[in-house]
Design a protein around this ligand. Structure first.
Ligand code: NDP
Length: 281
């Protein structure tokens, strides 16, 4: 029977461990979350982040802008948050409205406050093997694998998906952990063969059944990042269901796997940012 990698339990433990560090600071870490427009999924995500941030005693502010906001106004807001000494972390929720240039917006965030880890400066540091802010979902995936003692060194890891938010950074982290990493995407020929040989599979595609259960090698660890809402309202990941999963070594549930870890890692990044900035005076 595969071990379920319970993200809820680990996120709770990690959040709890942050409390003492927060209490040791002369002021609460400050997190500013900017939401442009009223995308329902984004509203749910920022709501969850707010709940955890407030519960931990962070100084949390959510800035809601209408979808019609000109990009220059958003950039102005980011400039003000960059200059605010009480703000340690800035997160602009994506996706942004189509009239905005997402990369230009994310590039405007001070890299020292980039708790989402999407700024090219932080991505570059990660690529060089000297990470500062690591994107929350990839960091959460690595924490889940470490917590469950999943062997990585010398193992074959297959990452399905190469987005800058999940696939690419997690492939760099797996490489840093000395796994031999193959990154697959929509143009990959014979994805099945790649997945079948993997000891560790990370699926971040955004399509139900992108990786069927039958492809999973017995004993492998599978991290399912996908969040897909079916027509009947059910939430499923990218990994197909099937009896073959019983022979896997470890599997993350959806929901309750990667999702809670993403939020816990945002809290960790914010606390670390505050510690760093306060130490610098
Ligand atoms: P993107 O849409 O940015 O990237 C999807 C990737 O999947 C692309 O690299 C794409 O390839 C690849 N792909 C698409 N179709 C296939 C296919 N048939 N076979 C192989 N690869 C394919 O998605 P994200 O990385 O942002 O998110 C992926 C999923 O993870 C989504 O469901 C999202 O909701 C979820 N997610 C969950 C989080 C959490 O905290 N639980 C956090 C972030 C995301 P190509 O590059 O060639 O287009």
């Amino acid at each position: 029977m595969a071990t379920s990698m319970n993200g809820r339990a680990l996120a709770r433990a990690r959040n709890q461990a942050l409390r003492a560090r927060i209490a040791a600071l002369p002021r609460p870490p400050g997190l500013a979350v900017v939401l442009v427009g009223a995308d329902p999924a984004s509203q749910v995500y920022v709501g969850r982040k707010a709940t955890v941030a407030v519960r931990l005693g962070l100084h949390h502010q959510q800035l809601d802008l209408p979808a019609s906001t000109p990009e220059v106004e958003l950039l102005g807001l980011i400039d003000r948050l960059n200059a605010d000494p009480l703000v340690d972390g800035i997160l602009v929720q994506v996706p942004l409205p189509v009239h905005m240039d997402r990369q230009r917006v994310l590039d405007r965030i001070d890299p020292a406050k980039d708790v989402d880890g999407f700024h090219p400066w932080n991505m570059g540091l990660l690529a060089q093997g000297r990470p500062r802010f690591v994107a929350c979902t990839p960091r959460g995936i690595m924490a889940l694998l470490a917590e469950h003692g999943v062997p990585l060194q010398g193992q074959r890891a297959v990452v399905v998906g190469r987005s800058t938010i999940v696939g690419r950074p997690v492939s760099l982290l797996l490489d840093a952990a000395n796994a031999t990493v193959t990154v697959c995407h929509s143009r990959t020929r014979d994805l099945e063969a790649r997945v079948r040989e993997a000891d560790v599979v990370v699926v971040a595609v955004g399509k139900p059944d992108a990786v069927p259960a039958a492809w999973i090698k017995p004993g492998a660890a599978v991290v399912d990042v996908g969040v897909n809402r079916l027509e009947d309202g059910t939430l499923v990941g990218d990994l197909g269901a099937g009896p073959e999963l019983e022979a896997a070594g470890w599997v993350t549930p959806v929901p309750g796997g990667v999702g809670p870890m993403t939020i816990a890692m945002l809290m960790a990044n914010t606390v670390e940012s505050a510690e760093r900035r306060l130490a610098q005076g």
